[in-house]
Ligand binder design. Structure first.
Ligand code: 5GP
Ligand code: MG
Length: 181
């Protein structure tokens, strides 16, 4: 059973989605990928740190031949995302001519995606697809199509299932949203 609320640093968060619902959403995404990648071998690009738990769960349910790569991107400092994107694109990442599926924990403004999309284009990926576990539809204003979306959530700050608030809360298996104070 999830906790009704959790406390991280100076804030309280309340349960938004229990693990079972998150898992069901991931399994649906995997089903679609199993259909889409029957013949082609994609590169799954895991955006760390937040997407590690999503990626692990998804990869268990995707039963197609694939490559798995990792990159580290940081856009939030605490709850502040106004400072731009800090990314270390992997020097050895070779996606030329490949279909790449970006695995994101959450899409908010879409700035991170836009950045990654441009970088992968420069690296001559053949096709770039987006898989995000969570989406804030009210916040997303970009035109980049989201090919695989797990769960839509309200425009609130969330933690758990890989997502942190200042490096806390990542390990919770359920998703929690910031309570109005
Ligand atoms: P965007 O660039 O779309 O605004 O934000 C994407 C990134 O910001 C995500 O990969 C995630 O790391 C972080 N982020 C966005 N919204 C949230 C949120 O509600 N909670 C947490 N913990 N991180 C978020
Ligand atoms: Mg992220």
């Amino acid at each position: 059973m999830p906790h009704p609320t959790i406390h991280l640093h100076d804030h309280t968060f309340k349960i938004l989605f229990p693990y079972e619902e998150i898992l069901a959403a991931i399994e649906k995404m995997a089903e679609k990928m199993n259909q889409d990648f029957e013949t082609e071998k994609p590169v799954f690009l895991v955006v760390l740190k937040g997407a590690f738990m999503f990626a692990a769960e998804l990869m268990k349910a995707v039963n197609r031949d694939c490559d798995i790569e990792f990159i580290r991107v940081k856009s939030y400092d605490g709850m502040d995302n106004s400072k731009g994107i800090d990314a270390g694109m992997h020097q050895k990442l070779n996606v030329k001519g490949r279909t790449v599926v970006i695995l994101e924990d959450i899409v908010d403004s879409g700035n991170t995606l836009e950045y990654l999309f441009a970088e992968l284009k420069k690296m001559e990926a053949k096709d770039i697809r987006i898989a995000t576990l969570f989406l804030k539809p009210e916040a997303y204003k970009k035109d980049i199509p989201l090919d695989y979306v797990g769960l839509e959530i309200p425009n609130q700050f969330v933690v758990g299932f890989g997502l942190d608030y200042d490096e806390r809360g990542r390990g919770f298996k359920d998703l929690y949203a910031l309570m109005d104070e």
